[in-house]
Design a protein around this ligand. Structure first.
Ligand code: HAM
Length: 420
């Protein structure tokens, strides 16, 4: 035997038993988002590398170390999408969606790719449900997006949810703040981790994310961006908070909240779950008023979030799986004319056309084996094609009757069907 090939590290198969939980997450998200006017979008799995370099930001971990980038046959650099916001912003621009009533509200359920170190809840290919509202700077957009994600997480039963919010202000306020922060970091350079020290110039904000004890001590007394917002940004953030308060949703202001993309402006937020380990973020997002301009469009405000499906499933209460409905199992007994299997196949087809959920014998089992299989999958009726015609067995009552035709068997099974 030759060497067995396995799935790439950090990826996982989504097996049949994983789908009920996923499907219910998807159904809840779809209903909540579409009821609020969000419409589904799917962008290509790969995009020009430049989109992420400019949109997500050259200095971010995603662009610097995590992207799956390749050259296509035309020599162009392409990248498997590490996230969905830059692609949706690109699609908004490309399809002239600024001409539609604003904001344009879009949602997606797609898979994304990041070459991160795999661990519990962190994969190299993962799935996100995301929502983006592009074209309005109204603080109500921010609050509504947060409430929608909260509603989804609550309905799917994510345990121990906590909401953290902050504001990053405008890029101008951030430049000024960066100076303050860099001064603070330089003054304490010898207490910082080597990695943080090396990035004081490039990305000092990431120091808030460090788990290095010395760095954490230095950051405890670091200046906070929230104290350096300009008047407009501070008023915007106050309005977002007032709307969240009015909706009665609890949150914590987290001045150390830094998200992994450079496109954020003003409101940022993250939902964490105590039911997850180190990778506790279930979903997060924020405003990105500069993104469309960064990728070559006119100034356009935007806001959105994404939540990881694997993490939502991990953090939600496990519900007992609901077995699929089987209205009819078509079995066939060996017949003298040897045509039993053809008629059984025809009956299964007819029953499916009539709308029944049908399974048929596909493994050459004995009649006894077929009845056992029908019982195992919870079939409501079993049709047995034999020399005497069609016997229809009601698996609930155990009664068996002979029906004169396939049509009669189908009609009987339809009548006895479970509602829903
Ligand atoms: P993000 O925080 O990078 O934001 O990802 C959002 C969520 O995706 C995370 O909270 C987590 O649940 C999940 N996730 C991220 N990376 C992984 C991974 N390697 N394995 C498993 N799950 C993961 C964004 O992606 C932004 N595009 C969100 C956004 C939308 N901001 C504005 N609009």
């Amino acid at each position: 035997m030759s060497e067995r090939i396995q799935a790439p590290r950090g990826t996982s198969d989504v097996l049949p038993e994983d789908w009920p939980a996923r499907r219910s997450i998807e159904a809840v998200a779809q209903r909540i988002l579409e009821d609020a006017g969000y419409r589904r979008i799917e962008t290509p799995t790969f995009e020009a590398t430049e989109l992420f370099a400019r949109g997500v930001g050259e200095s971010t971990d995603i662009v610097q170390k995590e992207m799956y980038t390749f050259q296509d046959a035309g020599g162009r650099s392409q990248t498997l999408r590490p996230e969905g916001t830059a692609p949706v912003a690109r699609a908004y621009l490309e399809h002239g969606m600024h001409k539609a009533p604003q904001p344009v509200k879009l949602w997606y359920l797609s898979s994304f790719f990041r070459q991160e170190k795999p661990q519990a809840g962190r994969f190299r290919q993962f799935w996100q449900i995301g929502a983006e509202a592009i074209g309005s700077a109204d603080p109500a957009v921010d609050a509504e997006l947060i409430l929608l994600l909260n509603a989804i997480l609550e309905e799917i039963g994510v345990r121990e949810i906590q909401l953290r919010i902050s504001s990053l202000g405008t890029p101008a306020a951030r430049v000024e703040y960066r100076d303050h922060l860099q001064q603070h970091l330089r003054a304490h350079a010898d207490e910082l981790s080597g990695e943080v020290r090396a990035r004081i110039d490039l990305n000092p904000l990431r120091a808030f994310d460090s788990d290095h004890p010395g760095t954490q001590r230095v950051m405890a007394s670091a200046p906070r961006l929230l104290d350096h917002l300009d008047a407009d940004d501070a008023a915007h953030f106050a309005e977002v908070r007032a709307l969240l308060d009015a909706a009665g949703i609890p949150y914590e202001i987290d001045t150390t909240l830094v998200r992994g993309m450079d496109y954020y402006t003003r409101t940022v937020f993250e939902f964490v779950s105590g039911a997850l380990g180190a990778q506790s973020a279930v979903g997060g997002g924020g405003r990105y008023d500069g993104l469309i301009e960064m990728i070559g469009g006119p100034p356009t405000p935007g806001n959105g979030w994404a939540a990881g499906i694997e993490r939502m499933a991990l953090a939600a209460e496990q519900r007992p799986p609901v077995p699929p409905v089987v209205d009819l199992f078509v079995a066939s007994a060996p017949r003298e004319d040897g045509n039993g299997h053809v008629e059984a196949f025809a009956l299964a087809t007819e029953a499916r056309r009539a709308g029944l959920a049908v399974q048929q014998e596909l493994a050459g089992r004995s009649l006894k084996g077929q009845l056992k299989q029908a019982d195992r999958i919870g079939a409501r009726f079993v049709a047995i094609l034999g020399d005497e015609g069609i016997a229809l067995k009601d698996m609930e009552s155990g009664e068996q009757e002979t029906v004169e035709s396939a049509a009669a068997a189908v009609a009987r099974a339809l009548k006895g069907r479970h509602p829903g």
